[in-house]
Write a protein that binds this ligand. Sequence first.
Ligand code: SF4
Length: 401
Amino acid sequence: MNQYSRIFSGIKPIDKLHIGHYHGIIKHWLDWQYEHECFFMVADLHALATKYIDPKDIKFFVKDMVINWLATGVDPSQATIFVQSQIPEHYQLHLLLSMITPLSWLERELGDKDRHIDNMSFSNQDTYGLLGYSLLQSVDMLLYDAKYAGVVEEQVSRVELTREIARRFNHLYGREFGFEEKARASIKKLGAKKADLYEVLLTAYQQEGDEEALDKARYLLADAVNLSLGEQERLFAFLENKSKVIMSEPQEIIYNSNLLLGLDGQGESRSANNVIYLREGIDSINRKIRSMPTDPARVRITDVGNPDKCPVWELHKIYSDSKTCEWVRNGCVTAGIGCLECKKPLIEAIDIEQQKILANASPYLEDDNLITNILADGAERAQEIAAEKLIKIKEEMSLNY
Ligand code: SF4
């Protein structure tokens, strides 16, 4: 990953954040925010795609989520934190790109995953919004020219779709009118000798894939003093048979989806209450960890176990130091410790982490204006970039009246 490159990521506000979000996603953000230009978005429009019947909860989760981002260390002076629906350019670009996105691409993406992720109870009521869900995700990335997009494994195909849409847009609109004729005229300006050489190198690269010829042609162009910068760029593009790049293609950074699993090692589920939320009280944490399933082979305390078959071990790997982890492994495989004993240091470690987050969240819980102001600043910064991008896109689509 290049330093200072732009990274985009977002979370949908359909529930409170839990420790899996913190360790699986937000901790990456905390590293990235000091080394890259980060845009972290609260994806409330995505939440609306499946929660449109009763959207009141979304509003609560938006604020709760931002409080948790801040309390865990996301720094609004380093990263741009914003709410998707506050940037009108998302709606506009969604419409514009819907004109060029083949229906089959969206149908391919319209699997069950979005419905299931949200525990959608009315999945027989598919909407136009749900069909366009994946396109809206592409819009989020393209609007900010993100070089990287942080996604979970199941969302990688969405980044691929984004690249396909960017490529299609560049193909459709990236060629200036009369590109080939203009390129030919620019070649002539090289002078007879250099023009001949350019043509030879062009043929060698385009017909035989000769990379050395490509390098030589690039060198020739970089050295061509009688060409303007625009003419040089045109001939660079002509060489590689490329059109102008208006939309850049993001690459994915994949989060560890295992960390987002529930306490029972199954998918997280609010109804099963199998996650530990950020800022959850100690009594509730205690109860949830104590009732976590362990290696089924440990029926009695004298039965040996295998940590690799136990979801408690997954949490130890996150929360415990190497000495405690060693104690867990040895104690488990020799039946030297009981499962409740094994869970004790985990409960303490999670509680310490939660207390810290709770303390950091306190000012935001006491003063609503702090969040409002942070989101207003973030929206201003995000919109500056998004608006500039949209103007360029509209120009390319001849919508600049
Ligand atoms: Fe799991 Fe710990 Fe019990 Fe082993 S001792 S089965 S790691 S809870």
